[in-house]
Design a protein around this ligand. Structure first.
Ligand SMILES: *Cc1c(COP(=O)(O)O)cnc(C)c1O
Length: 392
């Protein structure tokens, strides 16, 4: 298992409690201050001219943003971390930091929909060629390499369909041609997977999900390897990104309980799945922590846990009306986008037009569930009554 913490003397839960904090710098207060700032004053014109002062302007960082960046960098085993205004913003900035006109970018067919939207609408304008690949190719992704292939995007497990990808094999292939590897690591969070020690250059989190953990903030993080850091730092500084201090603080607060929350998300999810798999209405469960999942071996090798997000397919012959009735009958599960908060959510999976390599079966009706921190018995009862009402 590739885990930065096997090399560190500190265990990851200790890092979660201590990273990014230096109480002695702030009169002993346990947490860093929430610094609201644009202007920062200089003592004299000489200091102003040289810029030799830790903080120079709000957009360039504050003790609050530094604290979250330092904490995430330690968790990710990164050379440096930058904060973004959302997960999608982090993906866009990471791509811009490693691509230029004339380059070719490979993106898995299973990537998060808005990642595809960014890649399709923005990158071509700036002369970057985008190609989608079958996420099951793993190291064989090299068959799509062109002389101008400069970056390979990875997302494991994939959005909505939960395919695992063999990240170390993709890294090995990419390194033969000097291509940058970017990974959307939101599902596992930096707690259950550390892509950078596996050789990934840019590890991206939608902090909106598990880091924040309370469905009340939009935020992204980009963690960079030594190799990718200088370019990320340069592009980021030029793009004018600035995340508000209250949101940064809430992410830092969320981070402290990431481990206890994720442990419970996983336990509840396994309990719900244990019940769901015996239901006649359910054909297939998509969750790499299950031994029956095609991605299980990769998950077991590369990840140290699983989160609360998974999918299932309704049995053949389920109608759209039945599927809709199921969602409408749920009472504890909210119908809404995003996930990673304390509460359970459900969405119907709509893959029509969302894939270009592995075209989905148009008759397949699927669900994505986020299992929250409620008592799983209540969640099971809610799912049971909704399945009974809609599909029996
Ligand atoms: C939600 C999500 C994002 C985007 O995060 P936002 O903060 O909503 O922009 C990126 N990647 C994955 C896998 C996600 O689930």
């Amino acid at each position: 298992m590739t885990n930065v913490y096997s090399k560190n003397e500190k265990k990851i839960d200790t890092t979660l409690a201590h990273a990014g904090r230096s109480p002695r710098d702030f009169h002993g207060f346990v947490n860093p201050p929430v610094v609201h700032a644009s202007t920062i004053l200089f003592p004299d014109v000489e200091t102003m001219a040289t810029g030799k002062q830790t903080y120079t302007y709000g957009r360039r960082g504050t003790p609050t943003t530094d604290a979250l960046e330092a904490a995430v960098a330690e968790l990710e085993g990164a050379a440096g971390v930058k904060l973004a205004n959302s997960g999608l913003n982090a993906i866009a900035l990471a791509c811009l930091s490693c691509l230029k006109a004339g380059d070719h970018l490979l993106v898995p067919d299973s990537a998060y929909g808005p990642t595809r939207h960014f890649a399709d609408t923005v990158l071509p304008i700036y002369g970057v060629q985008v190609e989608y690949y079958d996420p099951s190719l793993d190291g064989a992704v090299r068959q799509h390499f062109k002389p101008n292939t400069s970056a390979v995007f990875v997302e494991a497990p994939g959005s909505l369909t939960f395919e695992m990808q063999d990240t170390p094999a993709i890294v090995e292939a990419a390194q033969t041609v000097g291509a940058t590897v970017l990974m959307d690591n939101t599902w596992a969070s930096p707690l259950y997977c550390q892509p950078i020690p596996m050789g990934v250059d840019l590890s991206i989190q939608a902090g909106t999900k598990y880091i924040v953990g309370h469905s009340d903030v939009m935020l992204g993080t980009i963690a960079a390897s030594e190799r990718a850091w200088p370019s990320l730092d340069r592009i980021y500084g030029a793009m004018g990104v600035s995340v508000g201090p209250d949101d940064v603080y809430l992410a830092l607060r969320g981070l402290r309980t990431l481990s206890v929350r994720l442990e419970r998300h996983m336990k509840n999810t396994l309990e719900v799945i244990g019940w769901l798999k015996d239901r006649d209405e359910v054909a297939n469960i998509r969750y790499p922590a299950l031994e029956s999942d095609p991605g299980h071996d990769i998950w077991k090798r590369d990840f140290s846990g699983a989160s609360g997000l998974f999918g299932f397919d309704f049995k053949n012959g389920t109608t759209k009306d039945q599927s809709n009735a199921f969602f409408n009958a749920l009472s504890l599960f909210g119908l809404g986008y995003s996930w990673g908060g304390f509460e359970s959510l459900a969405i119907p999976v709509r893959l029509k037009g969302a894939r270009t390599v592995n075209l989905p079966d148009p008759n397949q009706l699927s669900t994505r569930l986020h299992i929250g921190l409620e008592d799983p018995e209540d969640l099971i009862r809610d799912l049971g009554q909704a399945l009974d009402k809609a599909l029996s």
